[in-house]
Design a protein around this ligand. Structure first.
Ligand SMILES: [Zn+2]
Length: 267
């Protein structure tokens, strides 16, 4: 059964670097994927933010984000305009509200976002906002939160930061590694020459390293933030059964147990 997947990234290109292969794997499995990008990009290249002066570049970058979303089969991408690399100057509540709005609207069961220990301040803001927006109150749809690594940020953190990326969830992306690299070409302006870690070569090497760690050729790695297994995680929604998605939150679909269906029908 189709699951609803929500990816919250700080910048255009983070969604691909962090979980591009996994997004395409979800899409190929029939899952619905939506992406949200919080910061506008580009404007951090100036001493002070001058979005109007950079409007052409911003438009190009945002167009690239929409194109790459289409390329991957993502059903929608929401572009916010928080200031690039200056999100430490934004009220966190403003970010949380935006994320909450999208979660309320889409009701995803799985959410991917940045790791808490990234060097990049916008990544950390995204992480904090998502964790708060996904707090597990009654009625919250999210059953699973996963944190991805982002080359040129996650691996650049210092040990004393205390929040080192230690993955414990791996997604086999052998079938999608070439398309992940192709997707990054939409963000050519953001990529650098190897051995910069935000390069095509380093992206492939990281996927190999994450892959062979778990006996695969290529993988993307995540840290599990929270996984809730309960009747809500057993899905929702074949419309004929009154709106209950019968996929699980941890990636294993199974046939709907008859008792569950009867329970949903009579509840
Ligand atoms: Zn970023």
């Amino acid at each position: 059964m189709s699951k609803k997947i929500f990816v919250v990234a700080a910048h255009p290109d983070d969604e691909i670097l962090g979980c591009g292969g996994t997004i395409m794997r979800h899409v190929s499995a029939g899952d619905r994927v939506r992406v949200m990008i919080l910061a506008e990009g580009v404007t951090s290249r100036d001493e002070t933010r001058q979005a109007e002066r950079r409007s052409n570049e911003l438009n190009q970058l945002h167009r690239a984000t929409e194109q790459v979303a289409e390329f991957m089969g993502v059903e929608s991408v929401t572009l916010c305009d928080f200031p690039d690399n200056r999100m430490d100057g934004v009220q966190l509540l403003d970010v949380i509200k935006k994320v909450e709005f999208e979660i309320d609207r889409f009701e995803p069961t799985v959410v991917y976002t940045h790791h808490a220990g990234d060097v990049n301040v916008d990544h950390r803001a995204a992480h904090e906002a998502v964790v708060t927006a996904c707090r597990p109150m009654p009625g919250m749809s999210v059953r699973e939160i996963l944190f991805f690594e982002t080359l040129s940020s996650t691996e650049w953190q210092m040990p004393e930061a205390g929040k080192i990326f230690c993955p414990n969830v791996y997604v086999d992306i052998e079938a999608f590694i070439d398309r992940k690299l192709e997707a990054l070409r939409f963000y050519e302006s953001e990529m650098r020459a190897y051995p910069h870690s935000r390069s095509y070569e380093a992206t492939k090497i990281l996927a190999q390293r994450r892959g062979f760690t778990v006996g695969h050729l290529y993988a993307e790695a995540f840290m599990l933030g929270r996984l809730i297994r309960d009747e809500r995680s057993i899905a929702v929604v074949p419309p004929m059964w009154g709106g209950c998605d019968l996929s699980t939150a941890d990636g294993f679909a199974f046939d709907p147990p008859l008792e569950l269906i009867e329970f949903e029908e009579t509840a």
